[in-house]
Design a protein around this ligand. Sequence first.
Ligand SMILES: C[S@@+](CC[C@H](N)C(=O)[O-])C[C@H]1O[C@@H](n2cnc3c(N)ncnc32)[C@H](O)[C@@H]1O
Length: 240
Amino acid sequence: MDETGRPTEDQHCGDHFTQKYFKAMSDSDDDVPQLSAATLAALQEFYAEERDGLVPNSEPEDKFSVGAVEEDWRMSQFWYNDATATRLAEEVIQEAGKGGRIVCLSAPSVYQKLKQGVVEGSGGVSAVVLEYDRRFATYGQEFIFYDYNEPLSLPEDVAPQSFDIVLADPPYLSEECLTKVAQTVRYLAKGKILLCTGAIMEEHAEKLLGLKICHYIPKHNKNLANEFRCFTNYPSSLLA
Ligand SMILES: C[S@@+](CC[C@H](N)C(=O)[O-])C[C@H]1O[C@@H](n2cnc3c(N)ncnc32)[C@H](O)[C@@H]1O
């Protein structure tokens, strides 16, 4: 705040209180605003408390929202849009069944959607995210570091065939990458596999994991040059 009691430029951004304040000021055209001593004191107190973290944010940041971690193209990160993340979360919840265990392998958006508490049934399943990007370690024990170059280098407590469904979205559209990811998928899966990748990987998906292409087309927040599809090894009611 400057000496006239005017909030400074940086305080203006995204602050509901300040926006209302500015609106009140602009309503009375160019006149220098006249604030009573009591109003000015209240405003100063508000900013002091906000600075000290005493004022709760009216829109708390949702650490599980898709996009809470920004895409980094150097790690081939392309997040699903909200509708796709929701649709895939619904699919894995249905296929895992009540009490089921879900692993999202290089697919953090679906993990986030499962944890957001907005998809029906998400409270009845458990989920972990296998990811190369350590920013997702913010999710604690449900984050497991994973590098597809070392497909079976997993913590000891990740037991073989211990997940009711494995959802995977490998970082690269290459046979080499899918071959290694397929090794991990086979290790983790009790049976059901849902793969999201480029349509050009169809032949490899069938050969490596016995997957069939679905009609459903996953969409991303940014348009990708490659056509993406889902592939499953089970008859999928949502995706078929
Ligand atoms: C094409 S994106 C899939 C993300 C998915 N569309 C989503 O919205 O959750 C590929 C993912 O692979 C991860 N990744 C990058 N390098 C990796 C590596 N060496 N091993 C395993 N995963 C990797 C990225 O961090 C990213 O989450």
